[in-house]
Design a protein around this ligand. Structure first.
Ligand code: GDD
Length: 319
């Protein structure tokens, strides 16, 4: 089987590439936009296409050349905060790339499978009575990013219904791990601690909303779900991906600090606060567990330890 991973050099893409290659069952191609750092060790095992996926002619060219059996479409603008600064930029980028992938598959190779990556953000405003969030929870999006993911998800459904494409739709909840870039909570906190440890910044942590409770999984568990769903998931179906437990952002801070010797002051940075936030999110992962037997295997604490070690390494390399 041959996979094409869009956004292969990104946080999730690099782990998915490793997982598929290590399984011995996949040849892996990928599209790259931006730096190659995350896949530098694997480049000789990969077929790479530097590409701008917002152009349909580029997408069809890649599909004709690579001839994949399955596409994991991960490339996207992933930051909720960036989508508030540039709403149309995020909606245009995410929806256009998804549309081009689906249209390209319909034109070039309609039997190719597609994994369409949505987000738990699509559910948006959920109340305590809506928890845990199942796939049937209505969409009440709270950011342009969330709307872009609703758009991607519904385009995937439409191409399944009207073109018969084998599309599997996923709605991952928060995921963390080494290589995740700044702008997300775990790297934002871990990078500050690592810099404080090396004396590169004052012992003051800048944080946003510590009370929000989110369902965090490790990226290495998430890519295992993607790989299993592309072969064993039901076409047209949608799957939540999460741990089924929620953790307060405060816990991330406490766990990371408990792994370090530094003592810090904690300061709330108004710029890190979000205009609209749901207090608590928990994933109902019954469907994915029952249909493919997937569940998380890496604990929250182990994941955070790896994130902190990664940032210690990054800061040491830069120092
Ligand atoms: N980024 C960030 N930085 N978030 C902070 C900080 C901080 O310093 N302090 C507190 N938070 C809180 C945010 O307010 C939010 O409630 C929570 O930490 C998680 O924020 P992020 O890690 O930025 O993730 P996200 O929830 O906005 O979005 C991520 O998860 C979605 C799935 O639920 C992204 O990965 C999206 O692409 C993904 O769809």
């Amino acid at each position: 089987m041959k996979a094409l991973i869009t956004g292969i050099s990104g946080f999730v893409g690099s782990y998915l590439a490793e997982y598929l290659l290590d399984s011995g069952e996949w040849e892996v191609a990928g599209t790259v936009y931006g730096p190659y750092d995350n896949i530098a060790d694997q480049c000789d095992r990969l077929e790479l296409y530097p590409a701008e996926l917002s152009r349909l002619d580029v997408v069809t060219f890649i599909l004709e050349r690579a001839q994949p059996d399955a596409i994991f479409h991960l490339a996207a603008q992933p930051l909720v905060s960036a989508s508030r600064r540039d709403p149309w930029g995020t909606i245009e980028t995410n929806v256009r790339m998804q549309l081009n992938i689906l249209e390209g598959v319909a034109r070039v190779n309609p039997v190719c499978r597609v994994l369409a990556v949505g987000s738990s953000e699509q559910y948006g405003l959920v109340m305590e009575r809506d928890l845990p969030i199942s796939e049937d929870t209505p969409f009440r999006p709270l950011s342009p990013y969330a709307v872009s993911k609703v758009g991607q998800d519904l385009l995937a459904l439409q191409y399944y219904l009207t073109h018969g494409l084998h599309v599997v739709r996923v709605r991952p909840f928060n995921h963390i791990g080494p290589r995740q870039r700044l702008g997300f909570v775990a790297p934002d906190f871990a990078s500050q601690i690592a810099a404080i440890e090396r004396g590169l910044r004052e012992p003051v942590m800048e944080v946003g909303n510590l009370e929000a409770e989110r369902d965090f999984s490790d990226v290495r568990d998430v890519v295992r779900a993607y790989a299993t769903l592309i072969t064993s998931g039901t076409a047209g179906q949608v799957y939540n991906i999460g741990s089924g437990e929620s953790h307060a952002v405060q816990e991330i801070l406490d766990i990371l600090l408990s792994m370090s010797q530094v003592s810090v002051a904690v300061r709330q940075d108004p710029a890190r606060m979000r205009p609209s936030e749901v207090p608590r999110i928990v994933c109902d992962c019954t469907r994915i567990r029952e249909e493919i037997g997937w569940q998380t295997t890496i604990s929250f604490k182990d994941s955070l330890r790896d994130v902190l070690d990664y940032w210690r390494d990054e800061i040491r390399k830069d120092a």
